[in-house]
Write a protein that binds this ligand. Structure first.
Ligand SMILES: Cc1cc2nc3c(=O)[nH]c(=O)nc-3n(C[C@H](O)[C@H](O)[C@H](O)COP(=O)(O)OP(=O)(O)OC[C@H]3O[C@@H](n4cnc5c(N)ncnc54)[C@H](O)[C@@H]3O)c2cc1C
Length: 392
């Protein structure tokens, strides 16, 4: 019992300590090369040593023509080829050209193909290069007084990686919360014959049946070079979390989804607790300049991440139900205190509802932007530390 009380106290201390934390290490580059070989890893640490994915070479195109040339080179030389973004966040090992060895493989990284974001305010659309970061698109769109209605919660994704994997937020309204359902066109580079220079750019428009397959193709139909997304007039959201008893959750969830445009429920079965997110669109004039700096995507002190992982492992191996429950209580208690990372004025959580612009309320990932100068914090799952990990 003493140990659990100690643990609780320790975690509270660390957790509160993390509020004042500002410096941390940004995620590692998923591609690492030495003189003879390159290794691709997953930024979440799900896979990534030399045995998992090694490739002979990696290219970093900066324009659509360079991207086309890379596909042409692979086609002409019969190389196995895959694309990866600067983030490499998807958990299955889909971006690896070959698990059998590296001799005939080429990896195309879109990390440097990220310069163009074109907004068409009249037709409410944005077209971005495949490698552009989601956050850059959101910020540009919001600057133009518009909003992207759907986006994943995690912002560390590229535009093409995000649609290719069917990444989503939460909504049953309108076109729904999956980003690929808001795609209204794309350009894809596919192999061609010799007279076509071994690769060609195919434009796929909204009415083209092929769009349904191409937009969620996990990188196997071709290399997406540009993505066109539909937009809406800028709007704000009002969010309140209700931490409550989970009784009747099976009856409540349909109503919840119908009532709140961006509704969401987090269920903690062992705590008999459900956290209902009351989340609705409100007009731009509504006062409030809040942000959703989701707790799970903030920088964490490395010591906390390691301690939590070590405690989980200990409780798991000793089958300690009390330990697991104490840890769960602490996490839930803390999430409640800080509104899960909502910040009314962009700095701290002072109470519900928190109102802010769509671009600041849907998607977050502040652990991505940590300066390299200090090394005491990181994204909680950073594979360089033995931090948090969810087995999916
Ligand atoms: C901490 C964390 C939080 C997450 N949160 C969410 C979330 O809120 N919602 C959600 O839905 N998912 C979430 N995910 C999953 C992940 O973010 C998505 O799978 C995301 O789409 C990955 O994007 P990426 O740019 O990193 O793509 P990558 O991992 O680089 O690539 C993903 C796939 O797309 C292909 N691809 C990449 N670029 C191209 C291109 N130009 N042309 C063709 N194919 C291409 C790759 O070959 C690969 O098959 C999360 C993952 C982590 C680790």
């Amino acid at each position: 019992m003493y140990y659990f009380r100690w643990l609780l106290g320790f975690l509270h201390l660390l957790v509160w300590g993390s509020i004042i934390l500002v410096h941390a290490i940004p995620p590692p580059d998923p591609v690492q090369c030495n003189r003879t070989i390159c290794t691709l890893s997953n930024s979440y640490g799900a896979w990534g040593d030399r045995k998992d994915c090694s490739v002979k070479s990696v290219v970093y195109p900066t324009t659509e023509e360079e991207l086309r040339s890379a596909v042409a080179h692979a086609n002409k030389n019969k190389l196995k080829v895959k694309v990866v973004s600067q983030f490499s966040h998807t958990i299955p090992k889909l971006a690896c050209p070959s698990s059998l060895g590296h001799h005939d493989s080429l990896l195309i990284s879109t990390a440097k193909y990220d310069s163009s974001i074109e907004i068409d305010s009249v037709n409410l659309a944005v077209t971005a290069d495949a490698g552009v970061a989601l956050r850059d698109v959101i910020d540009k769109v919001e600057e133009a007084g518009l909003s992207l209605a759907a986006a994943p919660y995690w912002e560390g994704v590229s535009v093409a990686g995000m649609i290719s994997t069917g990444a989503h937020g939460s909504s049953w309204w309108g076109k729904g919360g999956a980003v690929h359902d808001h795609v209204i066109g794309l350009s894809m580079i596919v192999p061609g014959n010799e007279s076509e220079g071994y690769a060609k750019v195919k434009q796929i428009a909204a009415q083209d049946q092929l769009l349904n397959a191409a937009k969620v193709s996990l990188g196997i139909l071709g290399v997406i070079s540009k993505v066109k997304l539909s937009l809406e007039r800028g709007f704000k959201r009002s969010i309140t979390y209700n931490f409550t008893n989970d009784s009747s959750i099976e009856n409540n969830f349909m109503e919840h989804g119908k009532k709140y445009e961006f509704g969401d429920i987090t269920w903690y079965p062992s705590k008999h607790t459900a956290v209902y997110r009351y989340d609705s669109r409100v007009p731009m004039e509504t006062p409030g300049d809040g942000i959703n700096d989701f707790l799970g995507f903030q920088s964490n002190e490395i010591l906390i991440s390691k301690s939590v992982r070590a405690s989980e492992k200990l409780f798991e191996s000793t089958k300690s139900v009390n330990g697991e429950c104490t840890l769960a209580d602490t996490t839930l208690w803390y999430k409640k205190q800080i509104g899960n990372g909502l910040k009314n004025n962009g700095q701290i959580f002072t109470g519900y509802p928190v109102v802010g612009r769509q671009g600041k309320m849907q998607t977050s990932g502040s652990c991505l932007y940590s300066p390299k100068t200090r090394i005491d914090a990181s994204c909680a799952w950073d594979p360089r530390i033995k931090g948090l990990f969810f087995y999916e």
